[in-house]
Ligand binder design. Structure first.
Ligand code: FES
Length: 163
């Protein structure tokens, strides 16, 4: 039975129990909504910086978890516009406002945990949309390869503002 450290307390989870169910069973306050891996509101981070969805993760070893940083918001891809065979522009609508400007760097994280840093080429505060160019290079970023090969409008991402 794994022990989970979360916000200064230790919780013993049952074998096979997902993190969200286990923490809620102990009355820990974990943000959540769909419990199905869709809304990303149960996102937590480990002390090593990895992020996970509590409702979709079953721990087999002890973990130390925290809430996401305040500069993280969930988003959804609203457009992918190809320019060349190796470059597309991706537009992302964020669920909450994010204080960033064109020229600043954000980290995008896919639902599968792939991530990459991008300089924003546009931030429309009214529509809460961010835009960046994603370039595919042979043997390059797995995130960029995913964007070119598999990403689609409606896919969810996390957007993290650089500190
Ligand atoms: S509660 Fe919605 S993704 Fe976990």
């Amino acid at each position: 039975m794994p022990v989970i450290q979360f916000l200064g307390s230790a919780y013993l989870l049952d074998d096979g129990e997902n993190l969200l169910d286990g923490l809620l069973r102990h009355n820990a306050r974990v943000p959540h909504s769909c419990r199905a891996g869709v809304c990303h509101s149960c996102r937590l981070r480990t002390t090593t910086g990895t992020t996970l969805l509590a409702c979709q993760t079953t721990a087999t070893v002890a973990l130390c978890l925290a809430l996401p940083r305040r500069n993280e918001v969930s988003g959804i891809i609203t457009a992918i516009t190809p320019h060349t065979a190796t470059e597309v522009t991706v537009e992302i609508a964020t669920r909450l406002p994010l204080s960033v400007a064109a020229g600043e760097t954000v980290t995008l994280v896919s639902a599968d945990g792939l991530e990459e840093n991008f300089m924003l080429i546009n931030h429309d505060e009214t529509r809460q949309t961010l835009t960046c160019n994603v370039t595919r290079v042979a043997g390059g970023s797995p995130f960029n390869t995913w964007v070119h090969a598999m990403a689609a409008v409606g896919d969810r991402l996390m957007v993290i503002k650089a500190n």
